[in-house]
Write a protein of this length. Structure first.
Length: 61
């Protein structure tokens, strides 16, 4: 799984848990931004970003 695919899944899960349904292009756009930001990050940083995304929507990752 690529970093962008991982963030796309995280975006869909977090927004879905918050009761928000995103169109495909919105999920892809958000995932791309997160993946670009975390390009050289280790797995621990990526996991923290995923949890922070969920927390920012008031849900758990």
């Amino acid at each position: 799984m690529t970093l962008e695919e991982r963030f796309k899944l995280a975006v869909r899960r977090a927004y879905g848990a918050a009761g928000v349904r995103l169109q495909e292009h919105h999920a892809a756009s958000l995932a791309s931004v997160y993946a670009d930001w975390a390009q050289e990050a280790d797995d621990g940083v990526v996991a923290r970003v995923e949890r922070a995304l969920a927390a920012s929507l008031g849900v758990r990752a």
